[in-house]
Design a protein around this ligand. Structure first.
Ligand SMILES: *Cc1c(COP(=O)(O)O)cnc(C)c1O
Length: 433
């Protein structure tokens, strides 16, 4: 038996009434709590750069920035978001394997802390831009390490990848940096993967990254002013997944960092995090439009689905696993739980938010929440599929709800399309009957 779900004391039904469904609801207290948890547990010299990719909403980042998070961005819009939210240039790094000329120019002109270079051609392009603008640019080399460490959902090292420059290549071309007079290499960046739930894996990754950074700085002769050890801290979504153990992580990581800093006290130590900070702070709220049964199974057809929450569908995993879901209304007087398929409005069988989820008996108008959904939500989903557009996003801050992104309306979708000349209504073309 459960009562109606609240966010900072506000009933979800009130938010749904005010802002409509489908919507994402973010809790600023949870965002701050996640950041504070890392800040408190891990070495004070470690700086956390929020990966805007995980949730690029400007208010979401703004909450994290005020808590202390720096910014890791990967597109011009993400850069502008971070700047508009108040991030200082020295607290922004720009990475990504396919940066455009316009993006590189913005990095140079706005003097971000570092451009994380991912290929030798990119270094050449950046060097030319810097020369033209008559500036020097600080860069980190993103390294594709020769090693790999097991335990991550998506491994990035030890394999052919479009990310970074191979460790071997860098070690064999020790004079590489001399070819780029406008680039000042200030350190190394390595990102080993995402969704890591084992603290031991992160500790071992970090150990090897620190060692690699020192070896490279000696071999290539650059000052190791910065090491970005990546991150990829995960959150548990599915049954049987444990949360990352912050105490164990601190026990393993802090002495490593302490040891490194005792040799190199002036090194800036960076950890990146997106999912860990944002995921638990968000809930995807959908309204049940219709309930029906088909061949003995129950279906609740909701007003949003895969189009806003691709991750919940579990594309890429062999067995569909359900995100934590719940009925947000009170379930008094409904009877015991049943198995429900919660689907969305799209015309594809893949549009299934939850398969055979145990939920109280559902009815039209119910609100259902998909929890842990604050990261890789709408911006990582096919929001344009069936032209439904972006959902509303609401942030609850200091006990008050604020609309932080409007839902797309028909004109937002259609207004960017054009009828080609000759196709106007009433045009010359006859319809043949
Ligand atoms: C995606 C990405 C991140 C963020 O990953 P999370 O698992 O969400 O923390 C950090 N760094 C790089 C290089 C990335 O590509």
């Amino acid at each position: 038996m459960s009562t109606e779900h609240h966010v900072q004391g506000i009933p979800i039904s009130r938010l749904a009434e005010e802002f409509g469904t489908p919507m994402y609801v973010y809790d600023a207290d949870v965002l701050c709590g996640r950041y504070g948890g890392l800040r408190e547990a891990l070495h004070p010299s470690l700086e956390f750069f929020y990966s805007l990719k995980a949730n690029p909403n400007i208010s979401v980042y703004s909450v994290l920035r005020r808590a202390g998070a720096r910014a890791e961005v990967s597109s011009l819009t993400e850069l502008r978001t971070a700047q508009r939210a108040g991030a200082a240039a020295e607290d922004i790094i720009f990475l990504g394997p396919g940066k455009s000329r316009e993006e590189l120019e913005a990095c140079v002109e706005d003097a971000v802390y570092a451009v994380v270079c991912e290929s030798i051609q990119e270094m050449r392009e950046l060097d030319e831009i810097a020369e033209r603008l008559d500036r020097d640019v600080d860069v980190l080399l993103r390294v594709n390490p020769s090693f790999t460490v097991k335990g991550s959902g998506l491994t990035m090292g030890g394999k052919p990848r479009q990310f970074g420059i191979d460790e071997e290549r860098l070690l064999s071309e020790a004079g590489l940096l001399k070819g780029f007079p406008r680039l000042r290499c200030i350190g190394v960046h390595v990102y080993m993967g995402t969704r890591i739930l084992s603290s031991e894996t992160i500790v071992r990754n970090t150990e090897r990254i620190l060692d690699l950074a020192e070896r490279l700085s000696v071999a290539m002769d650059f000052p190791l002013k910065t090491v970005d050890v990546g991150g990829g801290l995960g959150v548990g979504y599915f049954q049987g997944e444990d949360e990352i153990d912050l105490v164990a992580l601190a026990d393993g990581l802090n002495p490593l960092i302490e040891g490194f800093l005792s040799r190199r006290p002036d090194t800036r130590m960076i950890m990146e995090s997106g999912r860990y900070l944002a995921a638990p702070a968000g809930m995807y709220v959908v309204g049940v439009r219709y309930v029906k049964t088909s061949m003995g199974e129950r279906f609740a057809v909701a007003d949003g689905g895969t189009n806003h929450h691709m991750a919940a569908v579990g594309i890429g995993s062999f067995v569909k696993r359900n995100f934590p879901m719940r009925l947000l209304d009170a379930d008094t007087g409904r009877g015991g739980p049943e198995e429900w398929n919660v689907t969305g409005p799209l015309c594809t069988p893949n549009d299934t938010l939850g398969k055979r989820v145990s939920l109280p008996p559902l009815r039209q108008g119910d609100l259902i929440g998909v929890e842990r959904s604050g990261a890789y939500g709408p911006t990582a989903s096919p929001v344009h599929f069936l032209s439904h557009g972006h959902p509303a996003e609401v942030l609850v801050l200091d006990g008050r709800p604020h609309l932080v992104r409007e839902r797309d309306r028909v004109e937002d979708m259609l207004g960017r399309q054009f009828l080609a000349p000759g196709l106007e209504r009433g045009g010359a073309r006859e319809d043949h009957r």
